[in-house]
Design a protein around this ligand. Structure first.
Ligand code: UDP
Length: 465
């Protein structure tokens, strides 16, 4: 019988984390069929509709183990979404241990790979004699921030948001304190302490697998390779994104068929980003005033930007649009409720721009299709991603936010016109085109595929293949 290398993977709940680690597993097996992967999936109640739909498409060649849902009542109210996810994993640790014990009693485990928000599960690697890796589903710049956090914490005495000088992470574009992730800007919060601790834990692992690629973040990746004397090796294997299933009858895709190439702005805030009612009104007016074509994925309003991230919404969002908006814009715009087949939308040749909340998966999908962006960061590390796109790679425009946190209609209409029909937008489209080619090469036989092959080879050697 052919020898097999066994890997166990622990994901964290939440669409934006669940998908990339499973896609990584698929890619590993596609390139190295002698691997066997078991994915362990913690859960916090019933998954969202998007997660349910994705989970239905799981391939048969990977084993999936769904852990019993934790009791939602155990979670504190009003904490960051990242903290909720991380606590869900903490409460699931006994079940994760059980599964690993049962697996390793049948086959030796070569490696345990865990999502960044499931870092605590790595404590089991030693017990089961497996190498330990964590999978970072965001940018090298964000990883750099986390790894430098203990040093920053020592150096900065007040609040990061009050820093006058930008933070200069090695090889990265300068970053203002106000653009740090929420959980880091608000230092006294418990989650910040958890992140500080995680930064130290990460360096104790055998490696960090990261969903980015060398050509997109050369400075940050090179600097990270040196960090901690290269003790915990860095493996940039991206861009790893979902393919999505093609539904020829999909309303968005058929609507896009009727518009000229590169003429439509796609507007979406990820798997759970929400806007306030006031902001929905401004965005609607901005889209209308811009005179450009648009496809807008709308969610019901909420004053918490991550409100729908772990919960399914039940309300019809279209009823929150300004009166007469749909009628006035029907020739140029389509508004759909809550979800669109994003990967297919971005690959449609009518789409010429993406107004995005800057979740890392959305960014990678846009890069893979060469679509320039308008950045609209909402929560987590999204502001940092916006800085990288707008100031670093210069493939996005970043609208100004007023003193009460609203992007006003005039500003919205201005940036949309600039991206879709201005000279600046043309330059961004060209730079995105180059990045798209680099991404294709990285995955074909370039940097990312070579890195994944090296990693797989090490695992194979250890398992005696
Ligand atoms: N997505 C989608 N349709 C939607 C909204 C989101 O297919 O209407 C997918 C998108 O393609 C991406 C993921 O959901 O793969 C969102 O991940 P991201 O990291 O961008 O943001 P998050 O949801 O984690 O905030």
């Amino acid at each position: 019988m052919a020898k097999t290398t066994h890997i166990a993977i622990v994901s964290s709940p939440g669409f934006g984390h669940l998908v990339p680690i499973i896609e990584f597993s698929k890619r590993l097996i596609k390139n190295h069929p002698n691997f066997h992967v078991t994915c362990i999936i913690p859960s916090l109640g019933s998954p969202t509709e998007s997660s349910k739909a994705y989970l239905k498409t799981l391939p048969s060649f990977i084993d999936f183990i769904f852990l019993p849902p934790i009791n939602k009542e155990q979670l504190p109210q009003g904490v960051y979404v990242g903290r909720k996810i991380q606590l869900t994993v903490s409460y699931s640790l006994p079940s994760i241990h059980e599964v690993l014990k049962s697996l390793s009693s049948k086959v030796p485990l070569t490696a345990l790979v865990v999502d960044i928000l499931a870092l605590q599960a790595l404590e089991f690697a030693k017990e089961f004699n497996a190498l330990s890796y964590f999978y970072f589903p965001s940018s090298a710049m964000v990883l750099s921030l986390l790894l430098h956090l203990p040093k920053l914490d020592e150096e900065v005495s007040g609040e990061y948001k009050d820093l006058i000088e930008p933070i200069k992470l090695p090889g990265c574009v300068p970053l203002l304190g106000v653009d740090l992730p929420d959980a880091i800007r608000n230092r006294p919060v418990e989650y910040y302490q958890h992140l500080l601790k995680s930064a130290k834990e990460m360096l104790k692992t055998d490696g960090i697998i990261i969903n980015t690629f060398l050509e997109m973040e050369p400075g940050a990746i090179r600097a990270l390779e040196e960090f901690g004397n290269g003790k915990s090796r860095l493996y940039p294997v991206g861009p790893i994104t979902q393919k999505g299933s093609i539904n020829e009858a999909d309303k968005c895709l058929r609507w896009l068929d009727n518009h000229p190439p590169c003429s439509v702005l796609y507007v979406s805030f990820g798997s759970g980003g929400t806007l306030s009612q006031h902001q929905i009104n401004e965005l609607a007016a901005g889209l209308e005033w811009s005179g450009q074509r648009f496809l807008w994925v709308l969610r019901a309003p909420s004053n918490s930007a991550s409100a729908a991230y772990l919960e399914t919404e039940n309300e019809d969002p279209l009823k929150f649009l300004p009166s007469g908006f749909l009628e006035r814009t029907k020739e140029k715009g389509l508004v759909v409720a809550s979800w669109a087949p994003q990967v297919q939308v971005l690959s449609h040749n009518s789409v010429g721009g993406f107004l995005s909340h800057c979740g890392w998966n959305s960014i990678l999908e846009s890069v893979q299709e060469g679509v320039p962006l308008i950045t609209w960061p909402l929560f987590a590390e999204q502001k940092m991603n916006a800085v990288m796109l707008a100031d670093g790679l210069k493939v996005a425009l970043r609208p100004k936010v007023n003193e009460v946190g609203i992007v006003e209609k005039e500003e919205i209409a201005g940036v949309i016109k600039c991206l879709m029909e201005g000279g600046e937008g043309k330059g961004m489209r060209e730079r995105m085109g180059n990045l798209k080619d680099s991404a294709t090469n990285a995955l074909k036989d370039g940097s990312s595929t070579q890195t994944l092959t090296q990693l797989a080879r090490q695992w194979e050697c250890l398992s005696g293949i």
